[in-house]
Design a protein around this ligand. Structure first.
Ligand SMILES: [Zn+2]
Length: 135
């Protein structure tokens, strides 16, 4: 049996399992290590470095490439929504929320006041930065 090499570490077995399934679908045999320990004792699992995703030494290169493309894909999906930047009406700080919070109510990270997050505008990328504070 060939040696297993850790290609990635996770804080939860679920994350590791998602990537393992992905690799197996792409034809790379992958194993999740330490998941049982983690399930029995979360603190112990954390102490040994969480959940590890392992593949045979011969598959390391391909597994890393596959995982990299998977991350790039996920990131592309998440970054489709631009961050929303606006000025808090209470403390006048320029604050920022992820695009998926658009139209919601959040609390200002600076002063904790409730703020209405504006909807994303199509032209947001071209808006000149008028309110940018000079430090
Ligand atoms: Zn504020």
């Amino acid at each position: 049996m060939s040696e297993l090499v850790t290609v990635e570490a996770y804080s939860t077995p679920t994350e590791a399992e998602v990537d393992r399934t992905f690799l197996e679908r792409e034809g790379v045999r992958a194993y999740v290590a330490d998941a049982e320990i983690l399930a029995m004792d979360w603190l112990l699992g954390a102490a040994v470095g969480g959940v590890k995703l392992q593949v045979a030494a011969a598959d390391v290169q391909r597994a890393r490439e596959l995982l990299q493309s998977l991350r790039a894909e996920r990131q592309a999906k998440e970054s489709k929504l631009p961050d929303i930047e606006f000025t808090c009406e209470d403390c006048n700080e320029l604050i920022r929320f992820p695009g998926k919070r658009a139209g919601g109510v959040e609390s200002c990270p600076k002063c904790n006041a409730y703020v209405d997050v504006p909807e994303i505008e199509a032209s947001a990328a071209e808006t000149p930065e008028i309110d940018k504070p000079e430090q």
